[in-house]
Design a protein around this ligand. Structure first.
Ligand code: ZN
Length: 255
């Protein structure tokens, strides 16, 4: 049976998401920004929390873990490299490890850059990817603990997933990301189309997530740093892709 998801806002601009396996009844929260909205989501869906899958150690992704674990006795899965900074971890995972949520199976992808040990969870049967603060819709996370080259490699890893993979990210930043992306590739038709779609969604007070990887590849400048036309627009023709990526990231930081 296909996985079910339930997305909801947390804190100021974070997303919480529940992943449910109808076959076994297992339900995972991917990250836990704060406990109350997760509880409300469990109540509205009628699902029982069995697991928390953590992408990285930042407080706005882990702040709800202790309270949720105490109440639900759920298993906490976290990246090996960051487990010491995440509360109440039961199981650590690394590249290519398998994580099960009932009968649903995820492969762990190490996607460092935003933090040094950041991981993403890819569920191949359902083509779902939970990418935390590595990839956003039309954006990417700030490179805080890693290097631009490392972040670019992480984005390439995510870019290698199937085009119809649905991308669940950690924040609702899409509108601001689009404003910035238009300064890089103003004539990108896919970006213009995505902008119109996002304006409609925001006006209707609906989330802009998930998008598909194919949509992101067409419109997200951070996934397009190795295209000659993008390098040319930045005056960086012939430079390595990671340097083009670093320039786009740097301009975003200043925007
Ligand atoms: Zn973060």
């Amino acid at each position: 049976m296909p996985a079910q998801t339930h997305l909801f806002p947390c804190l100021k601009d974070n997303f919480g998401v529940l992943l449910h396996d109808p076959e076994s009844g297992a339900t995972a929260a991917v990250d836990a920004p704060e406990a109350a909205p997760v509880e409300a989501a469990l109540k509205s869906t009628g699902w029982r929390l069995t697991d928390i899958l953590v992408t990285h150690h930042h407080a706005d992704h882990t702040g709800g873990i202790a309270e949720l674990k105490q109440r639900h006795k759920c298993r906490v899965v976290a990246p090996l490299g960051e487990a010491a900074r995440i509360p109440l971890v039961d199981e650590t995972v690394r590249e290519n490890d398998n994580v099960r949520v009932g009968s649903l199976a995820a492969r762990v992808l190490e996607t460092p850059g935003h933090t040094a040990g950041h991981i993403s969870y890819f569920f191949p049967a359902d083509k779902l990817a939970f990418v935390g603060d590595t990839l956003f819709s039309i954006g990417c996370g700030r490179v805080i603990e890693g290097t631009p080259e490392m972040m670019w490699q992480s984005l390439l890893k995510l870019r290698g997933l199937p085009d119809d993979t649905r991308i669940y990210c950690g924040h609702e930043y899409t509108l601001a990301n689009i404003r910035f992306a238009k300064t890089i590739e103003p004539a990108n038709a896919a970006l213009v189309a995505r902008a119109q779609e996002v304006e409609r969604l925001v006006a209707a007070q609906r989330p802009t997530v998930p998008s598909t990887l194919g949509e992101e590849k067409a419109a997200n400048p951070f996934l397009r740093a190795d295209l000659p036309e993008v390098a040319k627009l930045l005056g960086l023709s012939g430079q390595p892709a990671w340097k083009v990526f670093a320039e786009i990231r740097e301009r975003k930081n200043r925007s």
